[in-house]
Design a protein around this ligand. Structure first.
Ligand code: ZN
Length: 385
């Protein structure tokens, strides 16, 4: 099934007027409008999914005795300009988003926040990245080791954009043989939204396609990325490139890029500390295994990158809450916690009564590892020769 078909099927046709359901349906309608390259379309009749969302936002606004949007154009302006806490209270009951909006103010395209609400709100259809990772693990499990799955994950992190020739090579790589048919599904021809003057630009940091803005500027869909241009693909030389579907770019490539940077930082700044990717029995993404020169405890590090902490908490499997909080760390980029001072508190509040797991920023993790290494060195000095 192609992603646009999956998204179409996933949109709610009817249901209770619950704010979370409406917000999630609105987010999916915005994603679908983008998929049809119609996010700026204000013409009547509106696409049915957008009409569904508009009707319910209007109804909830009126029930809350607040001004409703005046039509789809107005609703899209709200989505571009209003953080969640500035929506009528009846539509968005107490969810904060910092300064992040459902549509990016500059590009008009759905943000990370929008995709989180689209696929990870209570009652939302299962996200594509869960389905793909589960299927990939199943296909690789018969091989007896984790090499193929880890290679698959590395490909998705390091090469989210491939030319047609590169995709042809990848789907002939014997190591990835169980996944060839899956790869041809998850890499899709790039949208025209990414092309300017016959060229596609790849983000230097994230490896995904940038979106052209007015004035020769480019925009990266990952929150907080400056969108510096790296590789440039001329369509008349390489043809239309292929790119991973958005849920995989957001929930697999994004945290994977952060994890790779974290790993490189640890290897460079903490000699003797070993950092290896390993299959995580809990999450569907691989994690990092951190071991120390004294051969003591092993730390499990799992990187995620979510704007909305309560949706992150809800997305974690039950087993995630049983890990030991002294050695099992769920890590989000510093900028998420800088954007929301209450990020960790909101994560905890989403699962009251449970102690684990430990959630922290990448900076906090680096500090804890440095303290652990310092303590080890002091212990060695105290013990003497
Ligand atoms: Zn980027």
């Amino acid at each position: 099934m192609r992603p646009d078909e999956a998204e179409q099927d996933a949109l709610p046709r009817q249901g209770p007027v619950r704010p979370e359901v409406v917000l999630s349906g609105l987010a999916r309608a915005l994603v679908l409008l983008e998929a049809t390259e119609n996010v700026r379309s204000f013409a009547l009749p509106y696409p049915s999914e957008a009409q569904w969302a508009l009707d319910r936002v209007v109804m909830l606004s009126l029930l809350a005795e607040e001004d409703p949007p005046l039509g789809l154009a107005d609703l899209l302006v709200w989505a571009r300009t209003r953080p969640l806490e500035e929506w009528p209270a009846g539509v968005v009951p107490g969810y904060e988003s910092g300064t992040e909006t459902l549509l990016d103010p500059r590009s008009g395209r759905p943000t990370d926040l929008c995709h989180e609400w689209a696929w990870h709100a209570p009652g939302a259809p299962e996200d594509l990245h869960h389905l793909v990772l589960r299927e990939a693990r199943k296909r690789c499990s018969g091989l007896g080791d984790s090499t193929a799955f880890l290679a698959f994950h590395t490909l998705l992190v390091r090469r989210p954009v491939l030319t047609a020739a590169e995709l042809y090579d990848v789907t002939g790589d014997l190591l990835l043989e169980p996944l060839w048919s899956l790869l041809t599904e998850i890499y899709q021809p790039a949208s025209d939204l990414h092309v300017r003057a016959g060229a596609y630009a790849v983000c230097e940091r994230c490896g995904i396609l940038l979106t052209p803005l007015d004035g020769d500027l480019w925009w990266c869909e990952r929150a907080g990325c400056p969108g510096d241009v790296g590789r440039v693909l001329e369509r008349d030389q390489t043809g239309r490139p292929f790119q991973l579907q958005r849920p995989l770019r957001q929930f697999v490539t994004g945290p994977g890029v952060i994890e790779t940077a974290l790993r490189n930082m640890l290897v460079t700044s903490m000699p003797g500390v070993n950092v290896d990717p390993h299959l995580d029995p809990v999450g569907d993404l691989p994690g990092l295994s951190v071991t120390f020169p004294d051969g003591g405890d092993r730390w499990d590090v799992r990187v995620r990158d979510w704007a909305q902490p309560h949706l992150l908490a809800a997305a974690l499997p039950e087993e995630a809450w049983t890990g030991h909080p002294d050695t099992t760390f769920w890590v989000v980029p510093d900028r998420r916690i800088e954007a929301r001072e209450d990020y960790v508190r909101a994560f905890r509040a989403a699962s009251p009564g449970r102690t684990g797991p430990a959630l922290m920023s990448t900076g906090e993790l680096m500090r804890r590892i440095a303290e652990r290494v310092d303590g080890m060195r002091r212990g060695a000095l105290d013990a003497g020769p």
